[in-house]
Design a protein around this ligand. Structure first.
Ligand SMILES: Nc1ncnc2c1ncn2[C@@H]1O[C@H](COP(=O)(O)OP(=O)(O)OP(=O)(O)O)[C@@H](O)[C@H]1O
Ligand SMILES: [Mg+2]
Length: 223
């Protein structure tokens, strides 16, 4: 039997804005297998980023469950959630979110530093080689191209060796050539290391290369 990476059940997220309630997600249920590569697609405002933030433990649901095995992170307090997130999830964002004052290498090592951990030298070297950034490690983000910045951000997401990688429009700020290159490298790393990959994207070409597409409309998963 195949094992699940995670399973969300009847997940609802309501944002309160003044007197108004915004239903960003409504009763969503999804399960994703270990090692599966899934595209999340849907119109702007449909709830894609909200879904990723919930799966990754960045925000808590209003209702519903998020299971990783027997563990339901929907019931975690902020501290437990932050620890879970650091140890199990890698995030990649459209706008890279690198620290401008830190070199590429310092950015990559930051998640380990926050947990007082040292990098496995062999894994670090291998990761940089696979993402083709070994010769850019002493550059500041401002000295890197968009594609290089995103590859550094991917290395940072992977340095803790998480089992689940969540990417929110990772090529949204890149031209199509460097976007394609970034995706090829990201997918290659996930293929080799059998990581579960969830990518929010508007790119039909990319979606067709992944195992499955989850479509979201107006806060609901299209079944
Ligand atoms: N922090 C927030 N506070 C209040 N409302 C929010 C917040 N974040 C998102 N929303 C609302 O929730 C809904 C879903 O937003 P979300 O960012 O998840 O959409 P999305 O599918 O990622 O859109 P896009 O493709 O434009 O990135 C939208 O109506 C949005 O305005
Ligand atoms: Mg979004």
């Amino acid at each position: 039997m195949k094992e699940n990476s995670f399973e969300i059940k009847d997940l609802t997220k309501v944002y309160e804005v003044g007197d108004e309630n915004v239903y960003a997600l409504k009763n969503c249920s999804i399960s994703v297998e270990k090692g599966e590569q899934v595209a999340v697609m849907g119109p702007s405002g449909s709830g894609k980023s909200t879904l990723l933030s919930l799966i990754g433990g960045v925000i808590k649901p209003t209702e519903g469950d998020i299971f990783f095995g027997d563990i339901n992170i929907a019931q975690f307090d902020e501290n437990k959630l932050a620890k879970f997130r650091r140890q199990n999830i890698g995030f990649v964002f459209q706008d890279f979110r690198l620290i401008p004052e830190m070199t590429a290498k310092q950015n990559i090592l930051l998640p380990l530093m926050l947990d007082n951990k040292k990098a496995d030298r062999i894994y670090f070297d291998e990761l940089c080689k696979r993402l083709a950034i070994s010769d850019r490690l002493h550059h500041l983000p401002s000295q890197l191209s968009g594609g290089q910045k995103q590859r550094v951000a991917i290395a940072r997401a992977l340095i803790t060796n998480p089992s689940l990688i969540l990417c929110d429009e990772p090529t949204g700020n890149l031209d199509s050539k460097s976007g394609d290159e970034v995706l090829k490298l990201l997918k290659g790393v996930c293929d080799t290391d059998k990581k579960t990959l969830i990518v929010v994207t508007h790119d039909k070409d990319l979606a067709s290369k992944l195992d499955r597409v989850i479509e979201i409309y107006d806060g609901e998963v299209k079944q």
